[in-house]
Design a protein around this ligand. Structure first.
Ligand code: GEM
Ligand code: ZN
Length: 377
């Protein structure tokens, strides 16, 4: 029996794999940091044999409440992913599977590989309205790619959508895939309406190095990019430095930062209520965005989410907070679950890449509705 992780975003350590009924694994930390939660590995064994796996350091992960009610993402063909029932007991994540073919893959969430990322960039540029800018390179030498989608030379709005600052939150790039497919769909009336008045600036992967390395939360320098927005540096957070620099150059009327959440089994947003600059106008834009999102998608809700920041207490190192304060406009963190949407569970897949893509497609409507309010200014 062989456990392997030597592939894109692979991440596991084998403690003891001598007994198929008690395979002991551990999740390594992100490089140069103490964060740990993302895992991705393959198991090759005997068809018909049952393998029982214990991730023995699950209780030491960054968000260990994330294992309560969590089931491991599993795939035979690396395309179709489903959930394997799992238990979180005494700090260990335990699951077992009987092989119906010789190799199976397990991951914290459906992976989004660098190859798929490059395919998405290439596919998008096939559309004459979409062009790519390399803003610079990351610490490991990967391109920081901005996609510009411009439908009308006289467009007056600019919308920015960035994703996967936290590389293990792969649902974020699945969201972008769905978002781009709908935005560039010539038969989508909301997309056509939006592109008549709005240019889009999309960064599908803010952290390509951390993604390939199999990190949960950091880049190649061990930086948590979503704490770098107040003072980014080319030395430790070039990804943020380059994108923020371009945002300052271009400006923007609406900003979305796409993430995943380990603990809350819901889709939700986190806003700028703690910013000192937060006012009634900003609050009205947030209300419009949320009510529009709930109108178009029963997968979105506004009952559960992060505790609200007290007035004036916002951490401006966080992208959405810094952007909302600097540009004085709607700036939301969108969160999707690693578990499932408890309001609309799917016992086979849990929350999935496909459902993330659908939510990304649906976000066109709240963007449209919120820009109508912004246009009235
Ligand atoms: C979160 S964003 C944190 C937002 N918190 C509040 N109170 N606005 C992060 O970076 O910790 C996003 C994420 O990691 O998914
Ligand atoms: Zn995140």
């Amino acid at each position: 029996m062989t456990i392997s992780h030597q592939f894109d975003a692979g991440n596991i350590t084998v403690i003891d794999a001598s007994n198929p009924n008690d395979i002991q694994l551990a999740i390594p930390k992100d490089n140069a940091s103490d964060f740990l939660q993302w895992f991705h590995f393959s198991l090759e064994g005997e068809i018909g044999e049952t393998y029982r796996i214990r991730i023995v350091n699950a209780g030491k992960s960054s968000y260990n409440k994330g294992w309560e009610g969590y089931d491991v993402c599993t795939s035979w063909d690396r395309q179709d992913w489903f959930r394997t029932s799992s238990q979180y007991e005494d700090g260990e994540l335990i699951f077992e599977l009987t092989l119906t073919q010789s190799t199976v893959y397990f991951a914290y969430f459906t992976p989004y590989s660098n190859e798929r990322h490059l395919d998405l960039l290439a596919w998008a540029q096939n559309d004459i309205r979409c062009s790519a800018d390399t803003l610079g390179t990351t610490i490991d030498g990967r391109a920081m790619t901005l996609l510009k989608i411009e439908g009308n030379p006289s467009a007056k709005h600019k919308v920015w959508v960035i994703a996967r600052q936290h590389p293990g939150e792969t649902m974020a790039e699945w969201f972008i895939e769905g978002f781009l497919h709908s935005l560039l769909d010539e038969d989508n009336p909301i997309a056509r309406n939006l592109l008549n008045s709005t240019n889009f600036y999309v960064v599908p992967n803010m952290n390509p190095d951390g993604s390939a390395r199999g990190n949960l939360r950091t880049n190649a320098a061990g930086a948590n990019l979503n704490r770098e927005w107040q003072e980014p540096s080319m030395e430790t957070s070039p990804e943020v430095y380059l994108v923020r620099q371009r945002m300052m150059l271009e400006g923007g009327n609406l900003f979305l930062d796409i993430h995943g959440d380990e603990e809350l089994p819901y889709n939700f947003v986190a806003g700028c209520e703690g910013n000192e600059s937060y006012d009634e106008k900003h609050a009205s834009l947030e209300s419009k965005f949320k009510e529009s999102y709930m109108a178009i998608s029963p997968d979105f809700q506004d009952t559960y989410g992060y505790p609200k920041d007290a007035p004036g207490s916002a951490d401006l190192r966080i992208a959405a907070n810094w952007l909302g304060d600097h540009f004085r406009t709607l700036s939301y963190t969108i969160e999707m679950p690693f578990k499932d949407n408890a309001d609309l569970p799917n016992v086979v897949t849990g929350w999935s890449g496909e459902r993330s893509a659908q939510l990304g497609s649906d976000v066109l409507f709240p963007i449209q509705e919120t820009l109508k309010l912004i246009s009235k200014d």
